[in-house]
Write a protein that binds this ligand. Sequence first.
Ligand SMILES: Nc1ncnc2c1ncn2[C@@H]1O[C@H](COP(=O)(O)OP(=O)(O)OP(=O)(O)O)[C@@H](O)[C@H]1O
Length: 542
Amino acid sequence: MPTHKDLAEARNKGTATSSGAFTAETLIAGRYGLGCRLGSGNFGTAYVVQDHKTGEKKVLKRINIGEVQPNETVEAVKEATLLAQLDHPAIVKYHDSFMDVEHFCIITEYCEGGDLDYMLKKLKSTNKILDESLIMDWFIQLTNAVHYIHDRKVLHRDLKTRNIFLKDKKIKLGDFGISRILVATSDFATTFTGTPYYMSPEVLKHEGYNSKSDIWSLGAVLYELCTCEHAYQGQNIMAIMYKIVEGHPPRLPNHFTPSMRYLHSRMMDKSPARRPSAIEILQDPCVKRHLESHKLSLSLVPKESNPSEEAKAIAQALSNQVPSKGHKDQNKDISGVNRSPLELPVNKKLKSRDKVPPWVKEHPDVFVGGNISMTAFDTCEMKEEVDKLDESLSLMEVAPGQSSEIRQKDMNSMTESYQPKRYSQQLDTLKSSSSSDEVKYTSTKVPGTDREKVQQSHDGFSLFTPIASERRMLQLQNDALRIFGPDVFQSVYRYLKVARADGGVADEAKVLMGLRSITQNIKDCFLVDQLVFLEKQRENSL
Ligand SMILES: Nc1ncnc2c1ncn2[C@@H]1O[C@H](COP(=O)(O)OP(=O)(O)OP(=O)(O)O)[C@@H](O)[C@H]1O
């Protein structure tokens, strides 16, 4: 099957790829002729299809969901229908969705220019960068799209250059809502999918996703447009996560105008409250100046339809859907923004391997989600990274004495022993405090003290609580205990606690060597690594 690159090359040469021809035998849903494979992502495979009704080229995303319950199918299609209501020139149009045996299929607009990630990598390889004026054009189109969805109380949640496409030299924000449909059912999993490069500090700390988290990601995309580099670099995913949460946000290089650099610095402010909203960005002097100088003011900012009516319709449709058991407030994002009640159990394969550990069975009230699932983040990207590190490590020549010296030193300095933590008390408090959608303030008990911490929604749009973080820690703890057993888990935990004590900047090769001395199952050590990371964030916040 030809890839996107083959397609692009064929396009440039004005030829068709051999398997790019549409054939009658592969007519899908009685309407779409299967064409070239564009590529595969975390959840499925994308193809170019030809719509036999309209003659247009479109994209088919085929997601293997295994066996689903009929009601889940209905919910998925309902959700997709709602997303189809979004209509904006800078958003990839969502046309259709249907079930095809074990696949959930989504039909979207085709963007022949490919994605920005691919384009920027190509630019980088030829040592080129984009012109500031073009960057501003694209950035404004993107912000416009983000403003459009936020206006309708919908979050993107997965803004990244791989989800931004080019069509007729215009920007299209794509995979819109795909992440809403594709992530596993557990609500906390939704904050931890995909690549970490664009994730805001609050998302990585599981403090909640809100509209300002999309703005952070938009800032990371702007950085990439300006430099052809990710905003954060690191040896592996954990290193990147620590940098995002504990380091200083990156700044645009000096050759960009001060006003643009300043705007970008506000978008990547670690405090969500201080980040501008999408409309504030569009009103920023730097944006206005660009629009004026290019006489683009009206053409770039589309005429609004009736956002509040549309938002109401979307909210209404979502609230008609039955939330999953145990998720009273599941339909509402903590920011009050619509989120899918569906967050469909698409990742059946991943979920099925996760058996509920006895500890959870004994405490069903604690485990609100009722199921345990690894997210795409855990299973795909992180493991890919570990594989890469594993490969590079196996090629490294290490003097035998060296690793044992590290092990001995690190092990000797370990004093903390792992006590299985029970998060139930905090969760009970939090559950009751989060039951109302109108809550603007919430108080939580600080573990181990009789103090109460009051948290406040910073702009009336979002409410940060540590619920998701607590749940995530519980999930990680149980998963790791189940996989490693108590003894190995304890050793891995103690080792990583020391290794990450300095902010996660330890030499990853050394860390891996140390872990190898404890277990051969390096991949799953990252469950413990995440647990240590979240515990550290919690300690820092107390
Ligand atoms: N609407 C579209 N128009 C043109 N190409 C597309 C479109 N949607 C996806 N593609 C291409 O199809 C390929 C697979 O995309 P897909 O969205 O399935 O995964 P991804 O974006 O690479 O990863 P992820 O799972 O993280 O979203 C990518 O090369 C992408 O550029």
